[in-house]
Structures are given as C-alpha cells and as structure tokens.
Design a protein around this ligand. Structure first.
Ligand SMILES: [Zn+2]
Length: 87
C-alpha cells in the first residue's frame, strides 16, 4: 500500500487533495487517511489548510448557535456556498 517513492511526498496527489479534504470533512475518509492528511498535508497545502480551518470554524459556530446540537447539513451547505468553499 505504501510505496517508497511516495514516502517523501504526502500520499495525496495534487489536484485530488481538495476532494480528499471533502471526504474527510464529510466523515467518509478512514481515520488513517484523516490523520495523515491533517498531520502532513495541511502543513504544505494552503488551500486545504484554509478550507479545513474555515470548515471547522463554521461547525463550531453553528454548534454554539444550535445549542451544541449538530447543525443541519443543509444549513452548513448553504453557508459554505455563500463563502465559496463549494462550487
Ligand atoms: Zn491540498
């Protein structure tokens, strides 16, 4: 699964990384993928770093506004669209 030639780079190919980030944010990535991505990739990829932290900030905000319940996915999507993290 891990090839030596990949070990110097993160395992996420450029161009695919925002897609990977999307999977992580949607909870569809494995724990390992998530950890690897957050630990290694975010440090080197500004778009992902910004999107990830923006997303986390939005979720925190919505959580506090919704009395610590999980905000409706629809509401999150609307906000993301407004700030342009989703096409
Ligand atoms: Zn990236």
């Amino acid at each position: 699964m891990s090839h030596p030639e990949q070990s110097q780079q993160m395992s996420v190919a450029k161009g695919n990384c925002l897609e990977m980030l999307r999977l992580i944010l949607d909870g569809e990535a494995t724990e390992e993928e998530k950890k690897n991505f957050i630990d290694k990739h975010l440090e080197t990829c500004m778009p992902c770093y910004r999107t990830y932290h923006l997303e986390m900030a939005i979720r925190d905000l919505l959580k506090s506004k919704c009395g610590n319940h999980e905000a409706p996915a629809e509401l999150i999507e609307n906000i993301k669209r407004m700030i342009g993290t989703v096409r």
